[in-house]
Design a protein around this ligand. Sequence first.
Ligand code: ZN
Length: 511
Amino acid sequence: MKMSRLFAPTMKDSPKGVSDPVLKRLVRGGYVAALGLPEKLFLFPLGMRLWEKTSRAVEETLLSSGFQALRIDEMERNLVNLASGFIKSYRHLPLRFYQKNRHGFSMTGLEEDVKSASGYIPALLENLRSALSTKGKEALYGQTVSADGLESFVALTVQRSLPWAHGGYRCVSCHWCGDENSPIHGPVDVYKGFPGTVEAVDTPGADTIAELCRQLGVGADKTLKTMFYAAEGKKGKEIIVVLVRGDHRISDAKVMKALGASSLRFADSLEIRETVGDLAGYLGPVGLPKKLKVIADRHVEGVINVVTGANEPGKHLVNVCWGRDFAATMVEDLICFEKDGSCPLCGASIEETSLSRVVTAVVPEEILPEDSEVSFQAADGSKKRPALWSGRVDMDAACVALVPQEGPLPLPFAPFKASVVVASMKNGDAVAAAEKITGKLEKSDVDVLCDERDERAGVKFSDAELIGFPAVVVCGRDASEGKVELRLSGKGNELVTIDEVCSRIIEFLSA
Ligand SMILES: [Zn+2]
């Protein structure tokens, strides 16, 4: 293709109002419009090519992972109805579908049971992770707890300035990533010591854990937080108590998942009074009504001699022990993943990072509800309902996250693999060399762009850099001696013969 025919409005200066370095590069390189940013990505032809190539890699991975393409409105809901006539036996399952949409792909799977879905999704995400990994930019795999269930995702590290970046963590040595709602599986310390006698002590003005610790001379890990929440779920509103250690933060998402709640907020003083009567002062778990639902974090189970609120003004209790002085209805992972944790997969240290989520899949907690019409005969002859899971691939996020701030685009996703630049259109030998090389590369199915614009060489070189071709051929003065300059990404520059240059590029592209 000829550069003079390509609609690629490159920019010499930085676009106003765009702060993220990758978005800036995409605008300057003529990939996307500054209009609509940062929320919306308006794609120019180069941007479309990047989008299509990246999407193709994802689509091929979906197809090779057993997916079939569909187009159905409201796929997840309608698919169940449409599939009800087809799925009769366990032999018809699993069925996995994807649908391409304007911003990416939506995925839906019908599986024999939740176990089959939970086993399949990590393997699928690993395939997508590797499809989206390039030299120098590995995609990461993580899991977080959401109100719906366990969310598995693939993310790429980006700058915080990107609008769809989220704060998170990554392992320094493996592909793990996560955020504050990532599950914590590690072993919990075993509490040792001789249980003391519970005593109420005066703690005037100890409104924070820090002040309480200062007054009593204890560490925050020797205190408990007692929080009253109002949770809204299928059965309506419920007042519950959450217990975590004083040095931990509560993850609302984990509490919601543990309760199967759709919303969560702190209970107000009236709701607390209606539930537990006239408690005043610092709240604690000792002496709460038996019928009250108390959920404790894993790190609270087995505590010995900790400090809790006394449910009396200005007082706390010391030497409070798990089991003897209070109990919990449920013990779950309820706290935020913190940066001083270690990698759940390999145990290495983790660091803070900004992540752009590209693929997300939610593993269902349950099979399809009883009122759904789909059922099938299981291998043992019993009648079962399938499990349904869903996910999505955000291609806008993927394209942006894969583009470096400067330098060539990753080879598999570059809109054009090679550019043939004519340094001066006045040099007939250079023009002829460029035409010959471009023609030869096109015949070999290489996406090549020939820059034959009547522009200064400096402008052409700068545009080639902004667009970021993995391979650039410069046809200049040496063309009259049958030589051109070849610049391959990561390999430096060299003079090669016109006859040799195409095979060198093809060899480089297929490596
Ligand atoms: Zn790791």
